[in-house]
Write a protein that binds this ligand. Sequence first.
Ligand SMILES: [Mg+2]
Length: 231
Amino acid sequence: MSGPRSAVVFDADETLVDLRPAVTGALAAVLEEMRRWNPAAGVSLADLEADWGAVFGALSAAPVQEIRRAALARSLARAGLDAHLDEFAALFFARRFALTRPFPDALPALAALRPRHLLGFATNGNSRAERCGLAGEFAFELYAHENGLPKKPAAEFYAAVLAAAGLPAEHVVYVGDSPEHDVRAAQRAGLRAIWLNRGRLPRPPGLAPDAEVSTLAELPDALARLEPAKA
Ligand SMILES: [Mg+2]
């Protein structure tokens, strides 16, 4: 008797989790509250989005919550509301999680794969499975910055994925939307990688995923077509 001899491990944001509408909705709530506190502040949604972009590069290795707080601090300074960061951050995260949903193809794909594969969830972000409509779906969950886990594309991230799966690298497939973090970094660590290309974008030069899908519904067939892992 033994468990599954293969694991399929998922990125969270923009792979299983439809993050963008949740973030946009949360920023809209922040903006509405900023305007209530300071009707004279000429701040726009585009300003709030630009503030995220402005801080992300410098803080990319930091926890997502810290990056978001830094972005919000920058936005609040535009309206003289710097002293209220804690309240606005609480509002942002409450709305962001309340609005976060899995993509419609996520739960059916997980159900289809579960009989044959160990399923894992491993993310750089703060999309906790149970707060994003994915409670109880995975045999294991890994979050960067918990227990010192560095973010993708660090090799240590994928080493932790393999340790959690309890399988050799060639029996583990990582599925994600990021060519750098989810495909190249996973392959460097010896895993196989499936690129989820929802936008049907041109493949970046040199990217060689083990398979490419445009929806999660294609995953069972894509996994079945992968070369059998060497014993
Ligand atoms: Mg992603």
